[in-house]
Design a protein around this ligand. Sequence first.
Ligand SMILES: *Cc1c(COP(=O)(O)O)cnc(C)c1O
Length: 330
Amino acid sequence: MTAPSRPPSVDKLARSLNSSGLPHPICVDVARAAIEAGDPDSAARRADEFRRTLLTPVVNATGVLLHTNLGRAPLAHHQDASAQTVEFNLDTGQRGSRQAAVGQLYARLCGAEAAMVVNNNAAAVLLVVAALAAGKDVPVSRGESVEIGGSFRVPEVIEQSGARLVDVGTTNRTRLRDYEAAITRANVDAAMVLKVHPSNYRVEGFVEETSIADLATLDVPVVADIGSGLIDATVPWMKGAPPAWLAGEPAAVQAIADGADLITFSADKLLGGPQAGIIAGRADLVERCLQHPLARALRPGGLVLAALQRIALIYLDRQAGTEIPFWKMV
Ligand SMILES: *Cc1c(COP(=O)(O)O)cnc(C)c1O
């Protein structure tokens, strides 16, 4: 019989993991776990497993261009570690608006009066509904009461905003007169209508939706969550006709031109930017969003604002096809 061997020292085992490149405190945790499991030899494998839990560059070979699990639009952004005018007005020498620089560029890009930025499109919809419709009703087509990846669910967002969802029409067909009936119903106090693009599925056959242009004839503001942030349906930054897979994808310029009072979209889908949400449209409605207390909680940081500014300038320079990694990949 041999005497049971003493377990190796945690410190010695942790130091043997140095070549994993993991910080020492993590190596200590891994070594301790391996010893506690009675399997010190598993330490290297455990270190490797830990490393695989960290964010890692990968090749997107899924065939899905914008994969939420793989970070959506690929983007490199470098900026110097220098102070920048995030909330500073160079002309007055006073505090400025965090939203001014980027807001004016996205307004120009979308053909809208004004625009602002929040952390993602879910935040954009939440803020718009809270600012325009808290305590009031929001008619939404039953065909657009959707769930979109990562638990963005239209009824729940409206509830969180403090507004009440009013179901309109049917799952497959919703006409303008359905909205008119909902808005004029005695017990309904509609503050806006919300149109949502069902980005991740399609209903085919006996289907009908109400266009933004038709909704714009209603007496209440039309808010369109266009989702992917395609700036212009004519895709002027690509040679030739728009690719077939973009058919039916709502675009910012056309949604505003058709009469949407506000649009919201993600910045890290077809726009090709960092994770953010853009709200664009009527200046008075954007101002109500800016003034809402949630706007402070949902505001992006300087890194994201700088990346968004660069993306907007590239579009305005008509260089999106060659300068934005997502569109280069397309
Ligand atoms: C992707 C998407 C969202 C959610 O946007 P996030 O930026 O992920 O928060 C909401 N609405 C529509 C229509 C979408 O396509």
